[in-house]
Every structure is written in structure tokens, then in C-alpha cells.
Design a protein. Structure first.
Length: 193
């Protein structure tokens, strides 16, 4: 959240001529409710995201050309839903059902050719969330964000290292700094064939 994935996805799509697909966060009818009462709406919200992610991932595998997805199915399950489960906001029974559906989906779907992980500090992420000033994020618990960031690091370290590009985002400005953008392009070209 707030790291700049949508901005980077758009820039990459424009540069490489790839089709880009964004997360349907606005469509989730449970998201505003979730930020009001996480325990009550966590499972519902995550099931919505899981369903949309499975559907989106499947449709993207049917495309002929290269595509960029700004948030993956892995993030929804391994980071967001897991964080809620670890914090006691999703019950063990609900987590078991959720995770079983997720793992079955992974067996069916083709994995991505490359994951770009924008690694950022807790402070930078919290600063950006505050700066974008979305109404439903104003009451967000900082510990929730810190937990997400920890799980991202854990997940990225366990992902196929040939298929993940870790970008230290604390010291980069890919939106405004042309030199940073050029360095990023040179690095990602080693992954893109």
C-alpha cells in the first residue's frame, strides 16, 4: 500500500508497450466496511479479493502479449490475508478455507514470468499513505501496515529468485528522476526476454 506500484505499472506499460491491469480495490464493497471494523469484515473482504485475483490472473494468462498486473494473487493470500489471520482478525476455520481455495488456484494457474517487488521501509509507506489521503485509509492501524511489510519481505525471500526483481524503493524516485528510471530499465531488461 502506498509504495507506488500503480505508478510504476503505468510507466512500465507505457515504456514497453505492455497491457496493464490494475487491482479492483474500488470495486470491493467490503473495503470501507473493513477499515471501520476489521474483525467483522476481514474474511469477506479477502474472499472478494481472492475471487477477483483468481479471475484476473486466469484472464491474463489467456492474453497473447505481455501484461503487467499491479497486484498479484500471491499478495492477497500470502501478505494481506495472512496478516489478518496472524492478527486474529480471520478465524482459523475461515483461514483454512481461504488458503485451500488459494492453493488450489495456484495449481491451476500459470505463474508470472516476473515479479517486481518494490521494497520500502515502514516509514516511507506510512508517509505515502498519509500523503494520498484516502478517506478509508485515514484510520489505518500503523501496526497493520508494519505487519504487511514484514510479510512482504518474508514472501519475497521465499519466492523463486530467478523470477523476482527486488527494488529498494526508499532511495528511488522512478516517477520524477530520469536517472533512476534509466537504471531501473537497465536492470529489468536482464529479466525481460
Amino acid at each position: 500500500m502506498g509504495v507506488g506500484k500503480t505508478t510504476l505499472s503505468k510507466k512500465m506499460a507505457e515504456h514497453f508497450g505492455f497491457e496493464v491491469h490494475y487491482e479492483p480495490a474500488v470495486e470491493n464493497p467490503y473495503l470501507p466496511l473493513f477499515y471501520e471494523d476489521m474483525k467483522k469484515w476481514a474474511f469477506h473482504s479477502q474472499m472478494f479479493f481472492l475471487g477477483k485475483s483468481l479471475e484476473s490472473h486466469f484472464h491474463l494468462t489467456q492474453k497473447d502479449g505481455p501484461v503487467i498486473q499491479d497486484r498479484s494473487i500471491y499478495e492477497h493470500a500470502e501478505i494481506f490475508a495472512r496478516n489478518l489471520f496472524e492478527r486474529g482478525l480471520i478465524s482459523p476455520n475461515d483461514w483454512q478455507i481461504y488458503y485451500q481455495i488459494y492453493k488450489t488456484g495456484l495449481k491451476i494457474l500459470r505463474p508470472p514470468d516476473l515479479v517486481v517487488y518494490l521494497k520500502a521501509s515502514d516509514d516511507l509507506i506510512l508517509q505515502r499513505i498519509r500523503k494520498r489521503n484516502r478517506e478509508f485509509e485515514k484510520k489505518i492501524d500503523e501496526n497493520y501496515v508494519i505487519g504487511l511489510n514484514r510479510l512482504y519481505d518474508e514472501w519475497a525471500s521465499g519466492f523463486d529468485q530467478k523470477k523476482i526483481m527486488v527494488v529498494d524503493y526508499d532511495n528511488l524516485d522512478l516517477k520524477h528522476n530520469v536517472g533512476h528510471w534509466q537504471e531501473f530499465l537497465e536492470t529489468i531488461k536482464t529479466f525481460i526476454h
